[in-house]
Design a protein. Structure first.
Length: 724
């Protein structure tokens, strides 16, 4: 071993590295490995003076400055690293991040584009590049914000506030109250403790001596009655500092309850979802306390740090605990970092991410609550977000007011807490006759927010009426008026930001083309009553809503020379049933003509027989006539890209059962292979033969039957297994 080390040393020395260089680099590497960054930096800088083209030294420094959130120095290091012939894709990405943090968006566009070419599977390259080409979208609603530094913020790091009665609890690295001054190698600052302050005062004091330890504490979350706290802490419990197999102390979640008699926090325990090998941090409880959201870099995630949720469960002995964490999925998480979740009183999610296009560093995002989980995240834009790190947002009224954390007024580091005020926008709703352009009196406007029950606004005059809307939400405005078609206008939060007036034109119910439609179950052709049919004219935002009657029929009048999209919503067993959107046109149709339309609804569990698929005797190759029928199934699979089916083949009872089973299985798999060859993914179709095991009439072995009766058993069908 000594001989091997000597050879390596000689090779290094021949490459121009002195013994003194090797010794100092080893020392700096040791500091770097132990996160003693401020001791490593000056040594690396000194070594660069004698070896200014050493890529490894720049790599080490770039990584350190990324850890310290020092984008200015990180940019300098990456400028050197991306000047080389061979550029690692992660250097392109990190360089683009540093450029955006430093406000150099034009250059960031270029390097995000290069990263997209190098790593096309990572969506960040394309999405960030596109966002920075349209940078003004982040600033379009900036005038409505009022943001002020909280009076209790100091030169220390204060971040991640939480509501506690009339106070704010936050994390801070102050040393004023600490009797023993431990410092954290990473930042050379005291360890974080929990502090408490009134929102409008400068005074802050430690929150609890029972919770603050000699290591990190914070962020926190409380139950609704504030008698239980869940908070982040270094993985330190009962005087033992736990470390991973790599020797790193990770962050964990702890819980404690308030003893009103003793007036102190007691029963401090780590949560069972913790693990020494990864961090579990940044807790956020749902309003009812039944769900715990948090950030973690546990294995199996989508990025560096992901958001997870754990359900409150009751054990066999009545004890309360937290269930297996579930990743919030690709709608929320990205290949980057998702951190600092907060659930407001309506169940909406606020969190920080650097994996979704933002102004730089961490940006705050809003994701509205929905039946399935959360809606697509919205970036509130500047000045709630800046090119610096903005995170840890909390609110008690869906974003109208709150607090956030940011290092926006510092070169790097030194987070502060800011109050945020953003009054709900006032928009004007004007309902008018599409033909005369005159306002319509006595109209009812139903305002629907994310599918919730509508709030109705009655407007007795023809004058526009003012309406207050949440700037983070999407809405549907639905208008009912006698002698006019019921219509709705869907507007996203992005669209609302650019509008002062919502114009809703009503069309008199006297149009020229008659539409007669039928909604029916694809399995059995049974009519489906009570389904809402949405008819959208593609040339504007107007939707017409119609219910199918007891016979599954619906009727409408359409404009001539127009294109329409027709779909079905609120189908019975929603989520397990679906109807594809259909496109029709009235172009070329004569006045008073009738357009007939039938809309099949497919549900999980449906078994649908495919007529006219025939095979040659004792064969399973796909004949041209069978290919035409399978083409209909191919179209269906393309119309429903989330549909998974079992393709089933059956025989009659003639020949042996074993022979029939094998023949039908070959036929089913042959039909499936045909669809695979046309581009259908293999995980969407299971081909299986059933032989004579599922006869649909009396024609079993020995029973005399006509050829027509046997033919009914020789069928191909498909069963829907999944719709999403």
């Amino acid at each position: 071993m000594r001989f091997k080390l000597l050879i390596i040393c000689l090779l290094i020395c021949r490459a121009g590295y002195s013994q003194d260089f090797i010794r100092k680099k080893k020392l700096a590497d040791g500091y770097n490995t132990s996160f003693d960054f401020y001791k490593a930096i000056p040594i690396y800088d000194q070594l660069l003076k004698s070896h200014p083209d050493d890529s490894e030294l720049y790599e080490k420094l770039a990584s350190i400055y990324d850890h310290l959130n020092d984008s200015q120095n990180a940019e300098k290091c990456y400028t050197f690293l991306v000047s080389k012939k061979e550029i690692k894709p992660e250097y392109m990405l990190n360089y683009a991040k540093a450029l955006s943090k430093n406000g150099k968006y034009d250059q960031a566009v270029l390097w995000y584009g290069k990263y997209m070419e190098a790593q096309p599977s990572d969506p960040r390259g394309g999405s960030f590049s596109e966002a920075y080409r349209n940078l003004k979208t982040f600033f379009r609603d900036s005038a409505s914000f009022v943001i002020k530094k909280a009076p209790f913020s100091t030169k220390a790091d204060e971040f991640s506030p939480a509501y506690f009665g009339g106070s704010i609890i936050f994390s801070c690295d102050r040393s004023d109250y600490s009797k023993v001054h431990f410092t954290y190698n990473w930042t050379q600052s005291p360890y974080l403790d929990l502090y408490q302050a009134k929102p409008d005062t400068k005074d802050a004091k430690p929150f609890s001596k029972d919770l603050n330890s000699i290591y990190h504490e914070g962020p926190v979350t409380f139950t609704k009655n504030q008698d239980t706290i869940v908070f982040t802490r270094s993985n330190y419990f009962r005087s033992h500092l736990h470390k991973s197999s790599e020797g790193i102390n990770k962050l964990s979640l702890f819980q404690s309850v308030w003893d009103a008699g003793q007036k102190r926090w007691i029963e401090l325990l780590p949560l069972l979802i913790n693990n020494d090998q990864y961090s579990v941090e940044h807790p956020a409880l749902s309003p009812d306390g039944g769900k715990l959201y948090f950030a973690s870099d546990m294995p199996g995630g989508l990025g560096e740090m992901d958001l997870y949720v754990s359900q409150r469960i009751t054990g066999p002995n009545g004890e309360k605990t937290w269930g297996t964490p579930v990743n919030l999925g690709s709608g929320i998480n990205t290949p980057g970092n998702e951190l600092f979740p907060f659930i407001d009183q309506k169940g909406n999610l606020w969190y920080a991410s650097n994996g979704i296009p933002g102004l730089g560093g961490l940006d705050i995002f809003f994701s509205g609550k929905s039946k399935e989980g959360f809606l697509k995240p919205i970036n509130p834009g500047y000045p709630m977000n800046t090119r610096f790190d903005d995170f840890g947002f909390i609110t008690q009224n869906e974003g109208e007011e709150g607090f956030l954390s940011s290092n926006r007024n510092n070169s790097y580091g030194n987070d502060d807490i800011y109050s945020v005020s953003r009054p709900f926008r006032k928009l004007v709703v004007w309902v008018f006759d599409a033909r005369t352009k005159q306002g319509i009196a006595s109209t009812q406007v139903d305002v629907l927010e994310n599918g919730a029950a509508p709030e109705s606004i009655e407007n007795e005059s023809a004058i526009p009426v003012a309406l207050k809307v949440n700037p983070f939400k999407s809405y549907q405005f639905r208008v009912n008026k006698a002698t006019y078609k019921t219509c709705s206008v869907d507007l996203t939060s992005d669209q609302l930001l650019t509008m002062d007036t919502i114009k809703i034109p009503l069309i008199r119910d006297e149009l020229l083309i008659n539409l007669t439609g039928l909604v029916y179950a694809a399995n059995g052709k049974k009519p489906l009553p009570g389904c809402t049919v949405v008819i959208r004219q593609k040339s504007n935002l107007i939707n017409t809503l119609i219910k199918s009657d007891l016979q599954g029929l619906f009727y409408a009048k359409l404009q001539p020379e127009a294109d329409y999209e027709i779909g079905i919503v609120n189908i019975v067993a929603e989520g397990k049933c679906s109807a594809a959107e259909m496109k029709i046109t009235t172009k070329g149709l004569l006045k008073d003509s009738i357009f007939h339309l039938a809309i099949p609804v497919y549900c999980v569990g449906d078994v649908i027989v495919m007529e006219d698929i025939y095979y040659d005797l004792n064969k399973y190759n796909i004949r041209p006539d069978a290919a035409r029928v399978l083409g209909n199934l191919l179209n269906l699979m393309n119309d429903y890209p989330k549909m998974t089916i079992e393709l089933r083949s059956h025989t009659d009872s003639r020949a042996s059962a074993a022979y029939n089973l094998k023949l039908s299985d070959n036929r089913a798999k042959s039909a499936a292979e045909y669809l695979f060859s046309k581009g259908i993914a293999r995980n969407r179709i299971i081909g299986r033969g059933y032989g004579e095991t599922m006869l649909i009439n009396k024609c079993s072995d020995g029973v005399p039957c006509s050829e027509e009766e046997h033919q009914r058993n020789r069928r191909t069908e498909f069963k829907i297994l999944k719709m999403e």
